[in-house]
Ligand binder design. Structure first.
Ligand SMILES: [Zn+2]
Length: 78
């Protein structure tokens, strides 16, 4: 079955209903080069990270969750 994402509006749904929105990083400065790195150069690190997902085939809302990229375990919504 694969990864299930707990949508706060629709309940647990299979990940294929979602579009991955990437890693979420705080805006640390207003420098355009820092912003470019934040948006277009993901860390792609092994381990827990905060991510954005869009429920494209459901409620069509964005959600933020914490997922371990090694185990695919979701530690909850942020
Ligand atoms: Zn949903």
């Amino acid at each position: 079955m694969g990864l299930k994402i707990p949508c706060p509006h629709c309940g647990p749904r299979v990940y294929t209903e979602f579009t991955f929105g990437g890693e979420l990083h705080e805006l640390e400065s207003i420098d355009p080069e820092d912003d470019f790195r934040r948006v277009y150069l993901p860390d792609n690190a092994a381990g827990p990270q905060v991510e954005r997902w869009f429920h494209a085939y459901g409620c069509r809302r964005w959600l933020t969750l914490r997922r371990d990229t090694v185990t695919n375990r979701i530690d909850g919504l942020v």
